[in-house]
Ligand binder design. Structure first.
Ligand code: NAD
Length: 268
């Protein structure tokens, strides 16, 4: 990643999936900017960025298009171009991440879709404008966009509810964006991470049960870590994945391939 620059969106603390990815990128020489939502988070994000030798922080609430424009203008004022963006952002009212999907309200449906789905497309529009134009002769130019999704977009997971519907739309956005931006050598992918205890995950009802179920039933018989996610993030954002786009890459200890409870899994 030496010589590459990119924006990390969605770092909240040292348990964030964005932190797992940022650590690997920095270790491999990438230069990073971080966007955070609100002053309270800046106090958490700044020391983490400093740990990686980075000092470029930008405030941005992705529900606000003017704030997104401002964030990319700030980025452009310091860096002429960027090579990648990590979008590790999702949000829904936690009162609707318990009980049934059936009870979802219109207001929360729209807010969840706006912050967790549309924001990735809004980011893609602004990031594209900062990527070096692709030159097919030399193969240089373009870039890579990465978002984070979850298996609840493919199958019903208890309490994931409207977030599952949002992640399905996010997965499909990845594919449409990959097609639209492919001719410019901008690759668009998602990591579908297994359950990990983070701030966002703590809003999901009975998350401990989901964690335990995945640990007992996935082929690797464990849960994944932010380091597992970071390794895959590094691959997808680097030139090693130069032929990969539109991909929903599972980093879930293999959980998505199973069809039944493991024979050796105890009852929980
Ligand atoms: P996290 O709480 O560490 O990160 C979520 C981030 O979203 C926070 O930094 C928060 O500030 C940001 N955010 C929310 N609303 C925002 C807004 N309006 N503007 C800007 N930022 C906003 O939790 P995480 O689990 O690391 O979540 C990152 C991504 O990973 C999310 O998309 C989540 O759905 C996805 N994911 C998480 C898991 C898991 O089990 N933790 C599994 C699969 C996918």
């Amino acid at each position: 990643m030496q010589g590459k620059r990119g924006l990390i969106m969605g770092l909240a603390n040292d348990r964030s999936l964005a932190w797992g990815i940022a650590k690997q990128l920095a270790e491999h020489g990438a230069e990073l900017a971080f966007s955070y939502q609100g002053e309270a988070l800046e106090r958490r994000v700044r020391p983490l960025a400093e740990q990686l030798g980075q000092d470029f922080l930008i405030e941005c609430d992705v529900a606000d298009m003017a704030a997104l424009d401002q964030a990319f203008a700030t980025l452009k004022a310091r860096w002429e171009t960027i090579d990648f963006v990590v979008h590790a952002i999702g949000f829904s009212d936690k009162n609707e991440l318990r009980g049934r999907y059936y009870d979802t309200s219109l207001d929360n449906f729209l807010m969840t879709m706006n912050i967790s789905v549309y924001s990735f497309t809004a980011v893609a529009q602004r990031a594209r404008a900062m990527m070096t134009p692709y030159d097919p002769e030399t193969g240089k130019g373009g870039g890579s966009l990465l978002t984070l999704t979850y298996y609840g977009s493919e199958k019903v997971v208890p309490h994931y509810n409207v977030m599952g519907v949002a992640k399905s739309a996010l997965d499909t956005s990845v594919k449409y964006l990959a097609m639209d931006l492919g001719p410019e050598n901008i690759r668009v992918n998602a990591i579908s991470a297994g359950p990990i205890k983070t701030l966002a995950a703590s809003g999901i009802g009975d998350f401990r049960y989901i964690l335990k179920w995945n640990e007992l039933n996935s082929p690797l018989r464990r849960n994944v870590t932010i380091e597992d996610v970071g390794g895959a993030g590094l691959y997808l954002l680097s030139d090693l994945a130069s032929g990969v786009t539109g991909e929903i890459h599972h980093v879930d200890a293999g959980y998505n391939v199973i069809g039944m409870k493991a024979e050796d899994a105890p009852d929980i």
